[in-house]
Design a protein around this ligand. Structure first.
Ligand code: TMP
Length: 239
């Protein structure tokens, strides 16, 4: 069946969702738009959409092979990914292997300290509130998800971390931290959204060079080159 773009369902900061002729599937269209600090800073990263679509497609395929159920169906074009339609759970999971960003700010600690065990955080997905940190009790009391769903998401997030840490280490990159979103589809919990330099921190082993959106957030320059470098390493077949 040929999949064609139907009505626009939603436009987010980095992606647009379109309906397809199949009510169970939608198209994620990856834009070059970049925002930071809850959209107070805006810009364009040339060909970011193409890089992120290709990187996320590869990583979803990897995770499916590792037994993590995801919304990924297939890559349709340079900027389009066909995915299963999800009822998004309004939570963002952050997994941290090394201190950086929000955790360093919140606790007043330097960046670059290894975290053992990795740190799992729930954030409430809300732009007006800037995605505040919350705990299981908030989620259960507000009925954002069931206890069983929380357990599933924690287990899958740990599996994602193990798989991605190994995958990027084999490509000379430390996976510092990342953000995941999950949704419901026909009674199952699936990993949604994207996994890319927009949603992860990647540090080159040895040099500690940042190869992710922090180059944009912190005005470090060579932003496009960082996205291209991650794409190159993901496409390079290692281990
Ligand atoms: P943080 O340290 O700013 O909380 O970010 C943790 C990770 O989550 C980092 O890899 C970047 C990613 N992230 C997003 O994907 N979206 C966001 O809105 C934010 C703030 C972070």
């Amino acid at each position: 069946m040929v999949t064609t773009r139907g009505e626009q369902l939603y436009e987010g900061k980095a992606k647009i969702l379109y309906a397809t002729e199949n009510p169970d599937q939608v198209i994620q269209y990856f834009k070059d738009d970049a925002t930071a600090f809850n959209a107070q800073k805006r810009g364009t990263i040339v060909d970011k959409g193409v890089c992120n679509n290709r990187i996320a497609s590869r990583l979803f395929e990897l995770l499916e092979r590792e037994g993590v159920p995801t919304h990924f169906v297939k890559q349709l074009s340079d900027r389009e990914m066909l995915v299963k339609r999800l009822e998004i759970i309004p939570l963002e999971v952050t997994m941290r292997n090394i201190t950086a960003g929000g955790m360093s700010r919140m606790l007043g600690i330097e960046e670059g300290l290894p975290l053992n065990p990795p740190v799992f955080e729930w954030h409430y997905k809300s732009d007006p509130l800037a995605d505040p940190l919350i705990n299981d009790d908030h989620i259960l009391a507000l009925k954002l998800a069931t206890p069983q769903e929380l357990e599933t998401i924690r287990r899958l997030s740990a599996q994602v971390n193990d798989a991605l840490k190994r995958y990027f280490a084999a490509r000379g990159i430390d996976l510092v931290d990342f953000k995941l979103e999950f949704g419901r589809h026909k009674g199952a919990i699936l990993l949604g959204d994207e996994i890319s330099p927009d949603t992860c921190r990647f540090w080159e082993q040895g040099t500690k060079r940042k190869l992710d959106k922090d180059r944009f957030r912190r005005d470090l320059g060579d932003v496009e080159a960082a996205y291209q470098e991650i794409l190159k390493r993901v496409l390079g077949e290692t281990a």
